[in-house]
Design a binder for this molecule. Structure first.
Ligand code: F0G
Length: 460
């Protein structure tokens, strides 16, 4: 059969409040044209993030009911620890309330001012936590990873020559760890190949530098390896995952993605001494090492979710539905980051709306239009999020790309929801030349995209 069905039945439903275009116009205006300021109740299809938005399975809910809320040594902790060890193979496991808490603990113990941490592409919180320690976060994705239209099976790979160059120039003592983000979220949700993981690990270890994996979307990455990398077609996903992590010395994880949970994360390492220090910091801000800021029921939901995320029927549906959205809009002329990634489709707003210059925020303009037209919430990843002020002239320097991310929550939307999203995007495409740019009327001094207010400006 060529039709791929959702490999689940729906036992509980959550109503969507339908809205009209007129209502949405008024809601947009009162939110200052910033979708972070629109209530979720006023959104029809919420593609703001795939983080913490998954639908849990009946098995996860059953595990939630069975959660043990003891402060120390709860049954839920032992379930969680066993699942993380079985899936990733690390000796020391530290639970945290989400991914960034794991990052903060890891970097505050390993990074000193002046240090350098290479990654394929750092996610914002990873970069911010490294910079908060006075260290420098460097992105070394392969050149193809920076070109939206270029097709490559593993566009998330790290440029290994560039990595060796950085280590030679700065010296191994300035590099406390090397990271790989799988899949590469900020670079379009693109996977990293097993070969690249092995090569990066080989280079780092030659110089005695540990390799850490930002593991958020580990199962999606493993499925791409199975589909695209020679030699892996017959291997099981758990087996591929174990091989991926066998090359690493530790990982940070947000269980809000491929943990199929609504909250949670963890930090893993093979280094017993470091683990002891990490647990001390954990107690300071997250909690006792057998719960780390989570309820027992959350630990149980994650233990089940990590294993469910590796089911091949689920991954097949997951990757097919993301790619279905991407290919159906791309074949009608919507420019997207190619090929479609695992968790999201990224529209190249600069290419789609060439009449709106970066200083008038084409990504923001497209986000507003998708909401106005069809109640879809997406997120701008362009000059609103990453534009910087030139310290000398005070002028705004645009971001290198103007993207709009449509992130797909796991197991939440059905085929007809995705068909509706395709229809809305194509309707917007048909009248793209009439879409106005925006200007900022209010902004905070950092992370402005969360709270900025905008207004549309007349056509140039
Ligand atoms: N690393 C990556 C690659 C991520 O995508 C995220 C979160 C984090 C770390 C931090 O995890 O949110 O649990 O603290 N990404 C979300 C997103 C927020 O929308 O892409 P967290």
């Amino acid at each position: 059969m060529k039709t791929i069905i959702e490999p689940f039945k729906i036992k509980v439903v959550e109503s969507i409040r339908m809205t009209t275009q007129e209502e949405r116009e008024a809601l947009l205006q009162s939110a200052g044209y910033n979708l972070f300021l629109v209530s979720a109740e006023d959104v029809l299809i919420d593609l703001l993030t795939d983080s913490g938005t998954a639908a849990m399975s009946s098995r996860q809910w059953a595990a939630v009911m069975d959660g043990d809320e003891a402060y120390a040594g709860s049954r839920s902790w032992f379930h969680f620890e066993a699942a993380v060890r079985e899936v990733f193979g690390f000796a020391h496991i530290i639970p945290t309330h989400q991914g960034r808490a794991a990052e903060r603990i890891l970097f505050s113990l390993t990074c000193s001012p002046g240090d350098i941490v290479p990654n394929n592409t750092h996610f914002d919180t990873t970069r911010a936590n490294i910079e908060h320690c006075g260290a420098q976060a460097i992105d070394l994705v392969i050149p193809e990873g920076k070109e939206p239209a270029t097709v490559h099976p593993f566009k998330g790979n790290m440029d290994t020559e560039a990595l060796e160059g950085i280590i030679r120039i700065h010296g191994k003592d300035k590099i406390p760890l090397v990271m790989l983000t799988i899949t590469n979220n900020s670079g379009g949700g693109q996977p990293v190949s097993m070969r690249n993981i092995r090569d990066v690990s080989g280079i780092a270890h030659t110089y005695g530098i540990p390799l850490y994996i930002d593991a958020c979307r580990f199962a999606e990455n493993a499925y791409f390896i199975k589909l695209r990398e020679p030699g892996y077609a017959a291997r099981s996903i758990p087996d591929i995952v174990r091989e991926m992590f066998s090359h690493a010395d530790g990982c940070t994880m947000s269980a809000k993605k491929d943990g199929l949970a609504n909250i949670g994360g963890f930090l893993c390492t093979r280094n017993a001494g470091l683990a002891e220090q990490e647990k001390e910091l954990l107690i300071l801000t997250e909690g006792f090492p057998t719960y780390g800021g989570l309820a027992g029921r959350d630990l149980d939901a994650i233990a089940v979710g990590l294993r469910e995320a590796m089911h091949e029927d689920y991954l097949n549906y997951r990757i097919a539905s993301t790619s279905y959205l991407g290919s159906h809009i791309a074949e009608r002329g919507v420019p997207i980051v190619q090929p479609p990634g695992g968790h999201a489709i990224y529209i190249d707003a600069k290419a789609m709306l060439p009449h709106i210059p970066p200083g008038r925020y084409p990504g923001q303009a497209l986000c507003c239009e998708l909401y106005r037209s069809g109640g879809i919430r997406s997120v701008e990843i362009g000059s609103v999020m990453f534009g910087r002020r030139d310290p000398d002239t005070g002028e705004e320097i645009p971001a290198p790309m103007e993207l709009v991310r449509l992130a797909i929550p796991r197991r939440v939307y059905t085929q007809s929801h995705i068909d509706y999203v395709v229809e809305v995007i194509l309707e917007v495409l048909d009248r793209k030349d009439t879409i106005p740019g925006y200007r900022i009327t209010h902004q905070a001094s950092f992370l402005r995209h969360f709270t900025a207010r905008f207004e549309p400006i007349g056509m140039a």
